[in-house]
Design a protein around this ligand. Structure first.
Ligand SMILES: NC(=O)c1ccc[n+]([C@@H]2O[C@H](COP(=O)([O-])OP(=O)(O)OC[C@H]3O[C@@H](n4cnc5c(N)ncnc54)[C@H](OP(=O)(O)O)[C@@H]3O)[C@@H](O)[C@H]2O)c1
Length: 231
């Protein structure tokens, strides 16, 4: 299907990468960093204006809407990216939403939302890519340090991210024959405003977040092959 530029350890130059969540802060930064390192990117996101801004900043990358509740749409995103880019060497999913509150305070609708956006949507996007991605390509998602250190008042958010993390671990093992590289990016708290946009509750007092641009450069270093995959 293609020569799998990223996959074969030749870095990101010429790699074709889908970024799902490109309308968000980390997704937008990652799309820019990937392109700066020579990748061709296809962008998916929910907010059409922010998605268009990111695409325009990249000189007109292909864009497609992404609704976390439309799992059929999530599942066909990779096929769209293959058509747009002429193949696919990597997928990075940065979709996510926070939610806070003691477990007895969190409404069922918010629990469903947290699991849909943080687990089902990313897993469905990546599942849809397994068959079409080049041998040695990468599948990546941002989970969070919360997987290792769940905080009080985040049970459902942390559980959804942990479920995604577990899922990624199994995909990594299933993908060995295809030399798939699977990344579970457990990023620390970053200064993106993410925790101020929860679907439910209010965030606890958090320390100053880290620099998102620094974190994204390190993440893309990993994708580029400067460091081994997480699992
Ligand atoms: N910032 C942190 O401290 C931190 C730490 C660890 C992990 N993370 C993870 O990093 C990822 C990116 O976060 P960020 O900091 O860049 O925050 P962000 O700017 O709020 O990005 C969140 C992304 O998820 C998308 N999204 C939310 N609900 C959606 C839905 N129902 N359907 C489709 N897309 C939806 C947003 O789309 P729109 O913008 O178009 O609405 C946006 O692209 C998240 O998965 C988050 O859990 C963040």
């Amino acid at each position: 299907m293609n020569d799998g530029a990223a996959a074969a350890g030749r870095g990101l130059n010429g790699a074709r990468v889908l970024v799902a969540g490109a309308s968000g802060v980390l997704g937008g930064l990652a799309a820019r960093e990937l392109q700066a390192r020579g990748a061709a990117v296809a962008l998916a996101g929910r907010n059409p204006d922010r998605l268009a801004d990111v695409a325009a900043g990249l000189g007109g990358a292909p864009v497609r809407g992404l609704d976390g509740y439309d799992l059929d749409g999530c599942g066909t995103l990779a096929a769209w990216a293959v058509r747009e880019l002429g193949g696919l060497d990597g997928v990075l999913v940065t979709v996510g939403v926070a939610g806070f509150g003691r477990v007895e305070e969190v409404p069922n609708a918010a629990v469903e939302h947290l699991f849909t956006v943080n687990m089902l949507c990313p897993a469905t996007v990546l599942r849809g890519a397994v068959g079409g991605i080049a041998d040695g390509g990468f599948l990546a998602a941002v989970t969070g340090a919360i997987v290792d250190r769940p905080m009080l008042g985040t049970a459902d958010y942390a559980a959804a991210k942990t479920a995604l993390s577990c899922w990624l671990g199994v995909v990594a093992r299933e993908g060995r024959a295809k030399r798939l590289r699977v990344f579970d990016f457990r990023l620390p708290h970053l200064d993106t405003g993410f925790s101020d946009r929860p679907v439910t509750g209010r965030p606890p007092t958090l320390p100053q977040g880290g620099d998102p641009a620094v974190a994204v450069r390190a993440l893309v270093d990993r994708l580029e092959g400067a460091a081994p995959a997480a699992r």
